[in-house]
Design a protein around this ligand. Structure first.
Ligand SMILES: Cc1cc2nc3c(=O)[nH]c(=O)nc-3n(C[C@H](O)[C@H](O)[C@H](O)COP(=O)(O)OP(=O)(O)OC[C@H]3O[C@@H](n4cnc5c(N)ncnc54)[C@H](O)[C@@H]3O)c2cc1C
Length: 419
């Protein structure tokens, strides 16, 4: 079939994966146009600069060996270890609270850590992480509750669906390391860096992908069709699961099954800003309230407590709406940390990723029986369609920025190999 082709390569999505792919192609002398539905680039990297940088999406560079350092260091972007005191020799300090009270059981943190370690190194027949936790915890209900919530937050998952063996497998593959860092100026400096020299067309949602083995024709929300030789698709799983964009002809069964089998997880963030820090130094505070985890963020001058709730509980928190969620967060924090929390409060912001129309969730997790799905989703439909994005990561770096960047590099290499 012949068709007049206007563009060489189009990339759908200007998140970490799409922009990394565009840079990789540019380095090989191939110009790509990036189409982005939002009015900004960065996707699930989104920094609020109102009171100093506060991360509404991705927050940490996960790992001292994360591949994103290959971009951050040469550009001279300043990054600092997290927790901020880490360089100054402070130890990690996790506080555990239940029903509004800090727990003083000295053996509990050790039991929680041990249970977490056991469940995340599981090597056995396929089962849910929750079933595995139940079997491992025995009568230790306190440790069970904290580890269930921690895993729900970390994986953004419903732990009753989450595959225990996939969690262990992905953690075992991880080569990025486990130390966390922040980009000092805000995480959004990374996509801004990756967008340099790339043509990104904002406010341009792709609604239909008509594909063949010689050309691809894209329909956009603005009603302006485009024809291109090759496409890299980085649309998040939640959006693909809704059938957006529409594929003509429909995707092969194996690809569609991969989309259906993987799960998009939920995270709701609640950022509370204060005019002074009125809490003891801690790295994370884990509770059983509406907000499952808090950590200190912001700067000394503009301190923030970041509430992070993952899994099904994220939907319950989001359902409160911003005003009631802020009140709920303040109430829970003042019970645990004291009434000064209220008097020092300045402003709050709730971010519900599950209703964000261009991600429809926070990041992916692997449910029971979906072990092959990421590889199936990643596989190109060469020579015209290529797939990248966090969900397509097969090297244990799923649900991260560096994992997304690596998939962009991988898809770009696959595309270049066809030439
Ligand atoms: C709350 C939260 C906390 C996180 N914390 C961390 C963390 O601390 N560290 C870490 O490494 N990772 C973290 N992550 C994960 C990380 O943000 C993602 O894995 C990564 O940013 C995904 O990049 P991506 O390019 O695959 O997808 P995205 O960033 O989602 O990019 C895809 C782009 O496609 C666009 N798009 C969607 N549909 C269309 C369409 N039809 N047409 C055109 N464009 C479209 C979207 O608007 C988006 O910009 C977090 C994520 C969330 C939500």
């Amino acid at each position: 079939m012949s068709h007049e082709v206007e563009h060489d390569v189009i990339i759908i999505g200007a998140g970490a994966a799409g922009l990394a792919a565009a840079q990789q192609l540019k380095a090989a002398g191939v110009t790509a146009l990036v189409l982005e539905a939002r009015n900004r680039w960065g996707g699930r990297i989104w920094t609020d600069h109102t009171y100093g940088p506060v991360e509404l999406g991705a927050e940490f560079i996960h790992g001292e060996q994360a591949s994103t350092w290959q971009v951050i260091r040469p550009a001279g972007l300043e990054a600092e270890p997290w927790p901020r005191g880490r360089q100054r020799g402070h130890a990690y300090r996790t506080l555990l609270a239940r029903q509004g009270r800090l727990l003083s059981d000295e053996s509990l943190p050790g039991r929680v850590d041990a249970l977490f370690e056991q469940v995340t190194t599981y090597n056995g027949p396929e089962c849910s992480a929750y079933d595995r936790l139940l079997a491992l915890a025995g009568s230790d209900e306190e440790a069970l509750r904290f580890v269930t919530n921690s895993l729900a937050c970390l994986e953004a998952a419903d732990v009753a669906r989450l595959s225990a063996s996939a969690v262990s497998h992905e953690r075992a593959l991880n080569t990025a390391g486990w130390e966390n860092s922040h980009i000092t100026a805000g995480y959004d400096a990374l996509p801004t860096l990756l967008a340099q020299g790339i043509e990104v067309r904002l406010d341009t949602a792709v609604t239909q992908i008509e594909w063949s083995d010689t050309y691809v024709r894209l329909e956009t929300q603005n009603g302006y069709p485009m024809t291109t030789r090759q496409v890299i698709i980085t649309v998040p799983l939640g959006v693909l699961q809704l059938g957006q964009p529409r594929f003509l002809p429909a995707l092969p069964e194996v690809k569609q099954q991969a989309i259906d089998r993987l799960a998009m997880g939920h995270v709701t963030k609640l950022a509370l800003h204060f005019n002074r820090s009125v809490w003891p130094e801690f790295t994370s505070l884990r509770t059983d309230g509406f907000v499952l985890t808090w950590w200190p963020a912001g700067t000394d001058a503009a301190p923030v407590l970041m509430g992070y709730t993952g899994g099904p509980a994220a939907l319950e928190l989001a359902a409160l709406g911003q005003e009631r969620a802020i009140e709920q967060g303040l109430q829970e924090l003042s019970q645990i940390l004291g009434d000064d929390v209220r008097s020092a409060f300045v402003a709050g912001r709730l971010v519900d990723w599950s209703t964000d129309p261009w991600s429809l969730g926070a990041y992916t997790y692997t449910p029971i029986g979906a072990g092959q799905a990421r590889a199936d989703l990643a596989a190109p439909l060469a020579p015209t369609l290529f797939f990248a994005g966090e969900a397509t990561s097969t090297n244990g770096h799923v649900a991260t920025v560096h994992g997304a960047v690596e998939t962009g590099w991988r898809a770009a290499a696959e595309l270049l190999a066809t030439r």
